[in-house]
Design a protein around this ligand. Structure first.
Ligand code: GMT
Length: 375
């Protein structure tokens, strides 16, 4: 197949999924054309069957805001025409799905649009009433729509006037890449032998509740000497630093900024923290699990579909700090318990969400969509 993929190229789960999916489809022999405003950060542009088409956003004095939606549509149209694409697969509804449907309608013919909903496109941005109908229209006009968890699928059906089928295809992880690589030297840079390492990876948006991550570290550290690795960057990083100072744990928390490869860091960690307000899937938790790191997270959104409560970690009320601290200590304090949960985390990640099980679901779905009628 000849597939166009659009995703946000910057750090973020939906961009990672779109990029990893495209590269795996290319390995399987499909021609994959990335259509983005920047090269996605994990994209290997030297890989066979992978092409990159940059969206150029014009700026004229008349425009207060550059017309990104139209620039993207024009690039999709051009790429679809000249590369004879079969399908545009867009990750994140806003505004990618709208652009793709417009490009398809202009081009006519057999081009199909598949939209994958990732979460905040539905739960946060689209809950702005002024966006709701636009997003609903793009969902309904797509030839196929997938959601990354069953919870997100249900949430979309509840919150939008959707009159099309939605299919759940979960996110995935490559078990050969995401595998624990212990490195005593690297671990020793952060912690002594008797200290535990907690880790959090995110884009530090308010929905991630990074202050809560720091509070959990402070609570755990009172009973078990611990360190916290904060990986990523975003609007709440400054606030998280302030909380470390307020709680007197600034020497215990390492802010490492954005990292392209997180496997090395995850591999040194004993526990992953994700006390988000909402999480449609929790790809960061899945990546941690594949590296044998148990997870303490919120019982919210799609996380219960990823983290097996009591087996690969614990799921708790995101507001309940004491319960999160107790759960973290319960995972960490007994080496046998930790070993059991770490092994279960790896087992669940590689048995339920491996790339070679999930990507064929997308291929089959593309075929189904391409065989559907064009009215
Ligand atoms: O977490 C974010 O704010 C980024 C967002 C994105 O679109 O990049 O992540 C969403 O998509 C990820 C990939 O499907 C999911 O693993 C995340 O759970 C989801 N984030 C939220 O629902 C908050």
């Amino acid at each position: 197949m000849k597939i166009g993929i659009t995703c946000y190229p910057s750090y973020g789960g939906s961009g990672v999924v779109g990029t990893e999916l495209g590269m795996e489809l290319a390995r399987r022999g499909h021609s994959v054309h990335f259509i983005c405003y920047d090269a996605p950060f994990r994209l290997d542009r030297a890989q066979p069957n992978v092409y990159y088409h940059e969206v150029n956003i014009p700026s004229y004095p008349l425009f207060k805001h550059p017309p990104y939606l139209l620039a993207l549509t024009a690039k999709m149209l051009e790429t679809a025409r000249y590369q004879s694409l079969d399908l545009l697969h867009v990750h994140y509804a806003i505004p990618h799905a709208t652009s793709a449907c417009l490009a398809r309608d202009i081009i006519g013919g057999r081009l199909k649009v598949v939209t994958t909903l990732h979460g905040t496109d539905i739960t946060l941005v689209a809950s702005d009433p002024s966006f709701r109908d636009v997003v609903a229209h793009a969902i309904n006009e797509s030839d196929g729509v997938t959601a990354v968890s069953e919870d997100l699928r249900q949430e979309t059906l509840r919150s939008f006037p959707v009159c099309t089928d939605l299919v759940t295809i979960p996110n995935f992880v490559d078990p050969a890449v995401y595998v624990r690589r212990p490195d005593p030297c690297l671990r020793g840079r952060f912690a002594t032998e008797d200290e535990k390492i907690l880790i959090h990876v995110s884009n530090f948006r308010p929905v991630k509740r990074v202050a809560m991550v720091v509070r959990i570290l402070a609570g755990v550290n009172r009973r078990l000497p611990s360190r916290l690795l904060m990986v990523g960057d975003g609007p709440d990083v400054g606030m998280a630093r302030e909380v470390t100072q307020e709680l007197g744990v600034d020497d215990r928390v390492h802010f490492l900024g954005r990292q392209e490869q997180v496997v090395e860091l995850l591999s040194q960690a004993d526990l992953f923290l994700l006390p988000s307000e909402r999480e449609s899937f929790g790809l960061a938790a899945l990546e941690a699990m594949a590296c044998g790191v148990p997870v303490v997270a919120s019982r919210t959104g799609g996380l219960p579909e990823v983290v097996a409560d009591g087996e690969t970690g614990y799921l708790l009320d995101p507001q309940d700090l004491a319960a999160m601290v107790d759960a973290a200590i319960a995972v960490l304090v007994e080496p046998a318990t930790h070993e059991r949960m770490a092994a279960a985390a790896r087992r669940v990640a590689v048995s339920r969400f491996p790339t070679d099980k999930i990507v064929p679901l997308y291929e089959a779905y593309y075929r189904q969509v391409m065989e559907s009628r064009t009215d």
